[in-house]
Ligand binder design. Structure first.
Ligand SMILES: Nc1nc2c(c(=O)[nH]1)N[C@H]1C(S)=C(S)[C@@H](COP(=O)(O)OP(=O)(O)OC[C@H]3O[C@@H](n4cnc5c(=O)[nH]c(N)nc54)[C@H](O)[C@@H]3O)O[C@H]1N2
Ligand SMILES: Nc1nc2c(c(=O)[nH]1)N[C@H]1C(S)=C(S)[C@@H](COP(=O)(O)OP(=O)(O)OC[C@H]3O[C@@H](n4cnc5c(=O)[nH]c(N)nc54)[C@H](O)[C@@H]3O)O[C@H]1N2
Ligand code: SF4
Ligand SMILES: [Mo]
Length: 696
């Protein structure tokens, strides 16, 4: 029997579907129901949303603070854990300075938690070393769109897919990864929209598309520049829009002058005619919308690729109107929020620049304490500095970098080299296993707060049950840790007070409060005096930087191509049924039964050449590591290309991936590296990676 129901938001992806969660008379979460009147999901949830109960169930949870003693964890009290962490942090800062400590926050936790995390880093630890998974996700979006448009977020709203005549899905697989929105793209296509998909794999949407540009991995810029060339050559651009709203047009014109579709045929592997057709459909549509994802950002050219896409939208004037725009499909339930909250080394809440004195003065004054001045390290920068002995302590919550960061062996070494690693988690992860202290964190079903979804919609979540055991919300333990370090800076009576303080210092959130958010089913930022009901479409009459800056960019090849030793190119993708490091989705027996723990997608031609059988065991090796898994033979990947999901700790594709980075944002090239694949004996059961390590 249900004894309480709350209205809340799915804790998985950035679509931000609305759900009701119910608990039974024993205080356990017992059911999930879609919210029929939700502005985005309109009564739908995907399999992960439906499986939320397993993700938070108390049997799988960390319930007490744990301290590592030699090679096992023992429960300790919160007081003991926090006072000991506080004194280690103080000692390390005294010895090595604030640059030797840092915070990794969580795009899965609330805005309130993330606001507290960066405030803790900047005002208590006095460092800008604060980052989170956006680094390896949409950091090129934040930087690239900010450079060209002045703001790094989705320009339009999800239901604009129903207003677009042409939808371009580039480097994204929304029916797997943003499933409710992916379903809406299919609906829009069936209702008459033209669908163009740009992806080296044949995704579900590619199968339905009017045009599928199955390009070689890492060649987006060559393709986009060629499309712009075709558009300009045919006078298909929007001269009026360009004159009124953009600068830098002449330079772009000469930059793409020689980039004909024929000149990029070999690079992209695409027929020139298809490029011409795509350019025509996109530019000639009354309303055309771009949706993009990790196939754009996770390259050493991530930021340039985002800028190229923005250039394409601008020359066609497809921005600032319904059914148009350039729309990054932000991944995690609250990654937009974690960025907005300033959990990035270079910006404070609301993208106020960390290295500007005005920002430092503003926040020092508001917080009543001196804040960090020197520039901060990115997440991968902290890993690198740890390996160099220059970074000694990390407070990390709601991420599992040992599974999800590139080059697992080097990440593990970096974490092992720390003098202090504190991990706050719902459950035991591969990263938590390396911690000195594990703190039990409350899940979304046990706390109040807000998540900001991919369309900038800030929505409330509400507690249904008490946290299991002694678990605490993230801002609450951060507040207690600050206090143990002698700071009252993070003392708030409740989540609403955290939100109010944040909103007063974050211009795009200034017009929001808990009451208004509840009343409107969330509000989209910017929400302020000029836009009290929030903003559905950005840049309607002007850009935050006045005129958009058209920015020509060059195609640069991927860092590591296939060669005679590593003859196949590996890309990484996601599976509908699993999420991130798998620590929440793999708790569901329903989701877990759908796929074996680890898969390599390979084309029949390559499988035959390597004598690989369907579901046969295979070994996959790169210059950095080795995993064993099972082969799925499919024409959905091109010959010469193999693909692996990254959800499985037994066979983590990040054993293999490359850390080569985008120079602007330090985004690693997660979408391409060279590998060698071999068939293993048919009766061999793929060994999990930890066993392979023991054997070697
Ligand atoms: N089920 C599920 N859903 C998720 C997640 C999950 O783990 N599981 N994670 C969430 C998160 S954090 C994120 S960021 C989003 C990510 O969502 P997506 O961006 O859709 O993520 P991916 O599947 O990694 O990559 C998208 C596509 O890029 C393609 N691609 C690879 N190389 C290239 C290239 O050179 N050019 C082009 N044009 N395409 C290329 C791949 O083949 C793939 O189809 O999903 C979110 N939703
Ligand atoms: N090879 C390869 N690697 C990739 C990618 C790829 O495409 N290919 N994609 C990258 C991308 S886009 C991303 S975003 C990253 C994601 O990488 P991660 O952020 O490491 O992945 P998640 O699985 O989302 O990890 C979140 C953790 O947070 C915990 N958690 C959930 N809610 C809360 C909370 O409220 N509080 C606390 N304290 N913990 C909580 C969960 O238990 C889980 O263990 O992976 C990246 N890694
Ligand atoms: S589409 Fe995303 S937000 Fe919606 S139910 Fe699925 S995982 Fe949750
Ligand atoms: Mo992501």
């Amino acid at each position: 029997m249900q004894s309480k129901v709350v209205k809340t938001v799915c804790p998985f992806c950035g679509v931000g579907c609305g759900m009701y969660l119910a608990r039974d008379s024993e205080g356990k979460v017992c059911s999930v129901t879609p919210q029929w009147d939700h502005p985005i999901s309109k009564g739908k949830l995907c399999d992960k949303g439906w499986s939320t109960v397993y993700a938070v169930s108390p049997e799988n949870r960390i319930t007490h603070p744990l301290k590592k003693e030699v090679d096992k964890f023992v429960p300790v009290s919160w007081d003991e854990a926090l006072s000991s962490i506080a004194s280690s942090l103080t000692e390390i800062i005294d010895e090595s300075g604030s640059g030797a400590v840092g915070v990794i926050s969580s795009a899965r936790a609330t805005n309130e938690d993330n606001y507290a995390a960066q405030k803790f880093a900047r005002s208590v630890l006095k460092t800008n070393n604060v980052d989170h998974c956006a680094r390896i996700c949409h950091s090129p979006t934040v930087a690239g769109l900010k450079q060209v448009l002045g703001s790094g977020a989705m320009t339009n709203s999800t239901d604009d897919v129903f207003k677009a005549d042409v939808i371009v899905v580039i480097g994204a697989d929304p029916t797997e990864n943003h499933s409710v929105l992916g379903g809406q793209v299919i609906e829009a296509k069936l209702a008459g929209a033209t669908l163009i998909v740009v992806d080296p794999r044949i995704t579900r949407l590619a199968k339905l598309a009017d045009i599928h540009l199955q390009l070689n991995p890492g060649t987006n810029i060559a393709l986009i520049n060629a499309m712009i060339h075709v558009i300009l050559g045919n006078q298909w651009h929007d001269q009026d829009f360009i004159e009124r709203r953009c600068e830098g047009f002449e330079t772009l014109v000469s930059h793409v002058d020689k980039v004909t579709p024929e000149s990029v045929e070999e690079i992209t592997g695409l027929e020139p005619l298809l490029i011409r057709q795509a350019a025509q459909y996109y530019s000639q549509a009354e309303r055309a919308m771009i949706l993009y994802g990790m196939g754009i950002t996770q390259f050493v050219t991530g930021t340039s690729s985002v800028m190229a896409l923005a250039d394409l939208a601008l020359v066609c004037g497809h921005i600032g109107k319904p059914g148009t725009g350039i729309n990054p499909l932000r991944g995690q339930n609250n990654v937009q929020g974690a960025c907005d909250m300033g959990c990035l080394p270079n910006v404070y809440p609301g993208y106020q620049l960390a290295d500007q004195q005005a920002t430092q003065v503003r926040f020092s004054h508001a917080w009543g304490t001196k804040v960090a001045e020197s520039t901060g390290l990115t997440s991968l920068g902290m890993t690198k500095a740890a390996l160099a002995g220059q970074f000694r302590a990390q407070i990390l919550f709601g991420e599992d970098p040992v599974v999800t960061d590139p080059d697992q062996n080097h990440v593990r070494e970096a974490y092992k080299s720390l003098d202090l690693l504190v991990v706050a988690e719902l459950t035991m992860t591969e990263t938590a296993k390396l911690a000195d202290y594990i703190l039990p964190a409350a899940s979304f079903a046990e706390k109040s707060g807000t998540f900001t979804n991919c369309e900038r919609r800030v929505q409330r979540i509400r507690p249904l049950i008490d946290p299991p055991g002694e678990a605490k919300g993230d801002w609450q333990w951060l507040s207690a840790l600050a206090e143990a370090m002698g700071s009252e800076c993070l003392k708030w009576p409740d989540s609403e007070a955290v939100f109010d303080e944040m909103a007063s210092l974050t211009p795009p959130y200034q017009g929001m409060d808990y009451h208004k958010l509840a009343l409107h089913d969330g509000l989209q930022w910017p929400c302020n005096d000029e836009a009290p009901q929030g903003t559905r479409i950005l840049h309607q009459s002007t850009f935050p930087i006045g005129r958009a800056r058209l920015t020509p960019v060059n195609y640069v090849p991927i860092d590591e191509s296939a060669d005679e030793f590593y003859p196949l190119l590996l890309t990484t993708n996601r599976l509908h049924f699993h999420y991130g490091c798998g620590s929440m989705s793999r708790k569901s027996p329903l989701l877990e039964r759908e796929t074996p723990p680890g898969i390599l997608f390979i084309h029949p031609v390559d499988a035959e050449a390597l004598s690989i059988e369907p579901y046969g065991p295979v070994g996959v090796r790169s210059r950095r590591g080795y995993v064993e898994t099972r082969a799925v033979i499919t024409k959905d990947v091109a010959p010469g290309l193999v693909s692996m999901p990254y959800h499985f700790k037994e066979a983590p594709s990040n054993q293999l991936t490359n850390t080569a980075q985008d120079p602007v944002t330090k985004m690693p090239e997660l979408k391409a590296c060279a590998v060698a694949v071999v068939a293993l004996p048919a009766d061999h059961i793929p060994s999990p990676v930890w066993q392979l390590k023991e054997d070697s």
